[in-house]
Design a protein around this ligand. Structure first.
Ligand SMILES: [Zn+2]
Length: 111
């Protein structure tokens, strides 16, 4: 959560820096400076959208786990990062580690 806040600040400051460059380029009459300013603003907006999309996805995933728990599905903890996973998952959704409990399911698929 803290990591995303830091990236958020970087995205906003990139946007502000781009804005400042465009204002500065107006006074200095520098086209090159204005182009860099636009570039910075675009990067700022893009990274901001990406953070929003990413945080929405993470929230969605956590909410799903809660909903699945309520629905009576078995939730297993990852041996590597100790986060919740649905038993049906073969790999941890958080760190990609193979879930130990999936061995039995694997056997079922083979036969
Ligand atoms: Zn994990």
């Amino acid at each position: 959560m803290k990591k995303s806040v830091i990236i958020n600040i970087i995205a906003i400051s990139t946007f502000v820096l781009g804005l400042a460059l465009i204002i500065g380029s107006y006074y200095l009459e520098s086209l090159f400076m204005m182009l860099i300013g636009i570039f910075f603003i675009l990067i700022g907006i893009l990274s901001y959208i990406m953070i929003k999309a990413l945080s929405l996805f993470v929230m969605d995933r956590e909410f799903n786990i809660e909903a699945l728990k309520k629905a009576g599905l078995t939730i297993v903890k990852c041996n590597n990062c100790f986060k919740d996973n649905v038993l049906e998952d073969q790999y941890c959704v958080h760190c990609g580690e193979r879930l130990g409990n999936s061995d039995e399911i694997q056997e079922e698929y083979k036969t």
